[in-house]
Design a protein around this ligand. Structure first.
Ligand SMILES: Cc1cc2nc3c(=O)[nH]c(=O)nc-3n(C[C@H](O)[C@H](O)[C@H](O)COP(=O)(O)O)c2cc1C
Length: 418
């Protein structure tokens, strides 16, 4: 019987354990988590979502305070169009985050950065260009383009000296999205080095509507592999979403996938950036606690634990400090929804906003609780402690469980001493 360790992912000159830990925004997939994946011979992701916040937390900078000081005059203004990112500061923060990670890298694996197009930052093209170029300048092994079609993203870095040597990949949820991307990006005479196919059970934003349950990862992966074969394109395909055991992963590898991308099982590891009490919420969640809703201002549906404090909260938008979701016209659908509620409840000290959430503030505070559909199985991957809480896992333990397990088994960690 085969297991994941019987396979290898060949990416250029790199021979890798075919396990990628997916990017999880705003420092949920921390540098420590990504570094473990690389040390163990696989692929780890950091994310550049809200990179100024991450830099302030990790590198003692004051980027957020500084931006707020500049735009403080606008805090009570309903119109956020004036609030812009200073590109130089954005580059500085990205460099600190990426270089600070890469200089600690050990082992034969790779560290990539997850770059979401939907972080439009009140100047989509300029900020995305700056983010990707700063990551390449700072030695990242490669970039995974996420949350968007990225039709113009290759062109933004085409003249960068590392454009042809860095590993560049894209996340898609359909053959159609892949075709559009390949058509546009082929103008740069470069194909992606890998394609992540994310299915409907994934965490974070989904490339599906509320009818996500009608779709199936294995079917989409088979369609993508068939299309690439027909087009005579030899690009590794990496399925993601709901791959919970080593056997799940092996089944994809036996059917033509080059590697798998996983995330949910790593949300309850020591190296994951979520606070410990939030990790316990992930352990505790039952299947009917997990919902897909449309409250993300990105416009993509998102999966969350339904008791998340971010649902229904009516916090005042804080674009002056953050502002990552402001579109090219300086608008965010949460700001619009918040202003509507304030106007409808004159004099109220606090409003509730049910249809949208302030993604920046809640991601910053780790209380959005986005999760994969199979989060409800996490409790079966560890021990229950005497106080009723669940024992945390190490990233190495989970990685090795994917790499070596068979028969749909999940190896439990060595029980912690009481
Ligand atoms: C907590 C959490 C946060 C995530 N955030 C992001 C993100 O910022 N960008 C992204 O492209 N994917 C994100 N994802 C998706 C993962 O990278 C990954 O592709 C997917 O969750 C894999 O499925 P699994 O969680 O069932 O293993 C997130 C997933 C989780 C669980």
């Amino acid at each position: 019987m085969k297991r994941v360790d019987d396979f290898r992912l060949q990416l250029g000159k790199h021979e890798l354990v075919p396990i990628t830990i997916g990017g999880m925004g705003v420092d949920i997939s921390t540098a420590d988590l990504a570094l473990e994946a690389a040390r163990l011979g696989g692929i780890g992701h950091i994310s550049d979502a809200m990179v100024k916040t991450v830099s302030d937390r990790r590198y003692n900078t004051k980027f957020v305070k500084e931006k707020l000081a500049i735009y403080k005059y606008n805090v009570l203004n309903e119109d956020k169009a004036a609030v812009k990112f200073d590109i130089g500061r954005l580059v500085e923060a990205t460099r600190l985050h990426v270089a600070g990670t890469m200089e600690r890298k050990q082992g034969s694996g790779l560290i990539l950065i997850n770059c979401m197009e939907k972080l439009t930052m009140n100047a989509p093209k300029e900020t995305l260009r700056a983010r990707m170029r700063a990551a390449l300048d700072s030695g990242i092994d490669g970039i995974t383009l996420a949350a968007g079609l990225h039709l113009g993203s290759f062109a933004l870095i085409e003249d960068h000296p590392r454009f042809r040597d860095a590993k560049l990949g894209i996340i898609v949820s359909s053959v159609r999205a892949l075709q559009l991307f390949l058509k546009k990006s082929s103008r740069t005479n470069r194909f992606p080095d890998y394609i992540v196919v994310e299915g409907p059970l994934a965490g974070g934003h989904l490339g599906f509507g509320l009818d996500w349950a009608k779709y199936d990862l294995a079917t989409i992966v088979a369609e993508v592999i068939a299309y690439l074969k027909e087009a005579q394109l030899d690009i590794p395909v990496i399925p993601a979403g709901g791959i919970f055991t080593g056997s799940d992963a092996t089944a994809f590898l036996e059917n033509g996938a080059a590697a798998v991308q996983v995330a949910t099982r790593f949300t309850v590891t020591d190296e994951c950036g979520l606070p410990n009490d939030v990790k316990q919420e992930y352990f505790k969640a039952n299947e009917d606690d997990i919902v897909v809703n449309e409250i993300s201002p990105t416009g993509y549906p998102m999966r969350m634990i339904k008791s998340s404090p971010a649902i229904g909260d009516g916090i005042r938008p804080n674009c002056e400090a953050y502002g990552y979701l402001l579109d090219a016209n300086g608008k965010c659908s949460y700001v619009t929804a918040y202003n509507r509620e304030v106007a409808a409840h004159p004099g109220a000290r606090k409003v509730s906003v049910m249809d949208k959430t302030c993604l920046c503030t809640h991601m910053r505070n780790f209380d959005l609780w986005t999760c994969g559909q199979l989060t409800y199985r996490l409790k079966d991957t560890t021990h229950r402690l005497a106080d009723g809480s669940y024992q945390m896992l190490s990233a190495e333990h989970v990685f090795h469980d994917y790499q070596f397990s068979t028969d749909n088994k999940v190896a439990l960690p060595v029980a912690a001493l009481a």
